[in-house]
Design a protein around this ligand. Structure first.
Ligand code: HEM
Length: 517
């Protein structure tokens, strides 16, 4: 067989090489290199002993197929692979995905020295130099050190009036709605959370709550931009170039980008103003991230301008916070409202507890009072379990030395990951995981369950805004359920059974309600 190939094809190949030496040589070397790389990945690579589909071992584009062609379907394929191959699956040439809860702790919890992997985080080119974008642990730690005081409980208690002000505006707008007219809460809550972040972090408002039907172009465009996430992961450079196209071209392709471009310009102008004239910060209505980043302090509280991030990094940070803080809280608020309205018993318990603790709904709610309410707290926890936070497995690079993960020694340099969905929907941890049941958080054993509630991830790269997120959820859900009476409109739980995995869950349905007569 080999002989016949040599006699028939080899002379032809030699002719080609003689006639077109350079392209043919190039092609030949490229093919040889490719064969060597693929053979290495399959038979010699340190992960070759781990189970998984051969195609995944050969190329990253195995995942690319499910992310791009199956439209955010990789996570569901990974779930199927775990059923077939067990708790550890090789899902990429250098990537292992785990399903054992112990592995989650090993990968993410405190003490880990694992960096974020650029395989995923290069996709966030709008916020490379930010708390979320830094892959390097040290850079991230320095940035978190600067921002931590601004997201501490003390800071949030000081600025909670800013959050409540936006919630009050949402409620007023909803009360003005003509009776019987449906309200799309998927947009209303996202407009609210975007306004909260821009006001809280930058003391800026882009009037997201003022638009008809809450479809502010900024909120709409952010929803559209999320859809490009996988293109950004697999075609990072072209997408980056595309994103830096001239404004007129961006606007020609999507006129909705206008508000996004204006918002970016506004944030850049603010940053330039503060850099040029620090005293401009004194005129800002309340403390913002810029107070902490333009005038950074050492551990002893002394201002040290040498620690100030670059202009680019300041802009990146603003976009990182906007991206991290808006959709997540909006999504959890939607899921909470959907399940409460679908289950009269849950809705009644939430409302009754609120009524007793907060008799006059026209007064300002006390965060500390809401935080003490057991049922509301359990309701929020269950909503976080159902909305997941970030569903895409968050990749980390093992190092500096080989490390035991889920009981198995994994070589340094390997990318390891585990989606929180595999914990939140694990029937061995959460009985009847598909049932929305706040009561599971009210039993004597529920303290142990807390370990497995991981929507904010864990460890040194866990959510920086966790205190703000909890505060928002208490105030939003408390206010909505105390002051408004909704019923579902043309929406059911079925519409929220499936999501596309696009870093965050993007549900197939939208969440509509009407205000009860
Ligand atoms: C329900 C609400 C929220 C959920 C479920 C959530 C979840 C998460 C998760 C899972 C991560 C880790 C992402 C990763 O490793 O790539 C994260 C990181 C982060 N979150 Fe949140 N988040 C929420 C709200 C917020 C809010 C309100 C803010 C404030 C602006 C915020 C700011 C951040 C930042 C800055 C990071 C990056 C931290 C780092 O990499 O060191 N998040 N969040």
């Amino acid at each position: 067989m080999l002989w016949s190939w040599q006699t028939t094809h080899l002379p032809v190949l030699m002719d080609i090489l003689t006639l077109y030496p350079t392209p043919a040589l190039l092609l030949g070397s490229l093919s040889a290199w490719l064969v060597v790389v693929l053979a290495y990945r399959l038979f010699v690579h340190p992960l070759s002993r781990f189970p998984g589909p051969k195609l995944a071992a050969l190329t990253e584009y195995y995942g690319g197929y499910y992310d791009l062609i199956e439209d955010g379907g990789l996570l569901f394929q990974i779930e199927r692979l775990h059923v077939k191959y067990g708790p550890i699956v090789r899902v990429g040439p250098n990537t292992l995905h785990f399903s054992d809860p112990q592995a989650f702790a090993d990968i993410y919890t405190n003490g880990t020295t694992f960096a974020k992997s650029s395989l995923l985080y290069d996709s966030f080119f709008h916020s490379y130099e930010s708390s979320h974008g830094y892959v390097d642990l040290h850079e991230a730690r320095v940035r978190r050190g600067m921002l931590n005081p601004f997201f501490s409980r003390r800071a949030i208690l000081k600025l909670r009036y800013v959050i409540q002000g936006k919630i009050d505006r949402l409620i007023t707008r909803i009360k003005e709605y003509p009776k019987g007219r449906p309200i799309d809460l998927s947009f209303a809550f996202r407009s609210l959370t975007m306004e909260i972040i821009t006001e809280y972090c930058f003391s800026a408002s882009y009037d997201a709550l003022e638009y008809p039907d809450f479809r502010h172009p900024l909120v709409v465009v952010f929803q559209e931009l999320i859809q490009n996430f996988w293109l950004s992961k697999y075609f990072t450079t072209p997408m980056r170039l595309f994103a830096s196209s001239p404004t007129w071209l961006l606007l020609k392709m999507n006129p909705g980008m206008l508000d996004y471009i204006n918002m970016k310009q506004d944030l850049e102008d603010r940053i330039d103003r503060y850099i040029k004239d620090e005293s401009a910060l004194e005129a800002v209505e309340h403390e913002t991230i810029f107070h902490h980043l333009i005038l950074p302090r050492t551990k002893d509280g002394v201002i040290d301008r040498s620690l100030r991030p670059s202009r680019r990094s300041l802009v990146d940070e603003a976009f990182s916070l906007l991206g991290a803080g808006s959709d997540t809280v909006g999504n959890t608020s939607c899921i909470a409202t959907l399940y409460a309205l679908s289950n009269p018993d849950i809705c009644r318990k939430v409302k009754e507890e609120l009524r007793q603790a907060w008799p006059d709904p026209e007064t300002v709610p006390e965060l500390t009072v809401l935080e003490q309410l057991p049922y509301l707290t359990a309701f929020i926890k269950e909503s976080l379990r159902f909305s997941h936070g970030v569903v895409t497995p968050l990749p980390r690079v093992v190092g500096p030395s080989d490390t035991r993960i889920g009981g198995v020694l994994v070589p340094a340099g390997t990318v390891v990951e585990m989606s929180c969905v595999l914990i939140h929907k694990n029937p061995e941890i959460f009985k009847d995981p598909e049932t929305f049941n706040p009561d599971r958080w009210l039993t004597p054993e529920s303290k142990d369950l807390e370990t497995y509630l991981v929507p904010f991830s864990r460890g040194p790269r866990m959510c920086l805004g966790i205190n703000l997120a909890w505060c928002e959820l208490y105030l939003i859900l408390g206010s909505v359920f105390r002051r408004l009476d909704f019923e579902l409109y043309d929406t059911s739980i079925e519409d929220f059974k499936d999501f596309k995995e696009i870093f965050v869950p993007v549900w197939k349905g939208s969440m509509k309600v009407t205000v009860k007569q």
